[in-house]
Design a protein around this ligand. Structure first.
Ligand code: 13P
Length: 258
């Protein structure tokens, strides 16, 4: 069984449309076509139209949003729907990022509604899960991951999970420079796959891609991606520069070629 690697840039609240264009002018020429790895960038909402225009007609890099509403339209001030994202060329949407959970009060039930809305509209969810340092130190990793996965995936059927990417992002590794060791990432991600196996059967779980996120950078990417259950990365800080993000993509290209 081989899962196609998926390497995504989560720019968080960084870059204007002009800065997005400058990144892509530097980044896109590095690809002569599909590179064997799925490469995704997730700029802010206001940058999506510009990025969508620049990515149209090429097959190397796909576009993601960082969040969306579970609602399709109406009186929801400040929100954006799945169909609006699709209209500017978005294919993926990051859901349940730990910053959304901790800073904006997102719950597994709310995230579950968003996963359902994304799938219903044909967007591919990148569903984030991960424990805090306190939870890890308290020996609660498995409990936290099980709760987040079962809650966020409630009612999602087999065809839905097959379109969904899981991002394991230990909160203590995000933006801290403290990367999970390859062993820690593998152990947690094998557990994520076990939970998916309990929910959907081992054969289906074996096809789901699980990214690692948390201080991933070119210098640690090759070792992390050599782990059997690490199927790519969701990259924050190191994705903001084309050179650095491409270094991580290159680690994925090298890993998928071996
Ligand atoms: P950093 O790569 O900056 O640690 O961020 C990880 C992350 O949160 C990606 O979603």
């Amino acid at each position: 069984m081989s899962r196609r690697l998926i390497i995504a840039a989560n720019w968080k609240m960084n870059k204007t449309p002009a800065e997005t264009a400058a990144f892509l002018e530097d980044f896109l020429p590095r690809f002569s076509g599909p590179c064997g790895v799925d490469v995704v960038i997730a700029p802010t909402f206001v940058c999506l139209p510009k990025a969508g225009e620049m990515l149209a007609g090429q097959t190397a890099v796909s576009l993601s949003a960082q969040n969306m509403s579970a609602e399709s339209s109406g009186a929801f001030t400040g929100e954006i729907s799945a169909d609006m994202l699709k209209s500017v060329g978005v294919q993926y949407v990051i859901l349940g990022h730990s910053e959304r959970r901790s800073l904006y009060g997102e719950t597994d039930a709310g995230i579950n509604s968003k996963v359902k809305a994304a799938l219903a509209s044909g967007l591919l969810p990148i569903l984030c899960v991960g424990e805090t340092l306190e939870e890890r130190d308290g020996g609660r990793i498995e409990e936290v991951l099980t709760t987040q996965l079962t809650g966020s995936l409630k009612g999602i059927d087999q065809s839905g999970i097959e379109k969904t990417v899981i991002a394991y992002e230990p909160v203590w590794a995000i933006g801290t420079g403290r990367t999970a060791t390859p062993g820690q990432a593998q152990e947690a991600q094998a557990f994520v796959r076990k939970v998916l196996g309990d929910l959907y059967g081992a054969a289906t779980a074996a096809n789901v891609r699980i990214q690692y996120g948390g201080s991933a950078k070119p210098a640690n990417a090759a070792e992390l991606i050599s782990q059997p259950d690490v199927d790519g990365f969701l990259v924050g800080g190191a994705s903001l520069e084309a050179e650095s993000f491409f270094g991580i993509v290159q680690a994925g290209i090298d890993a998928s070629a071996t």
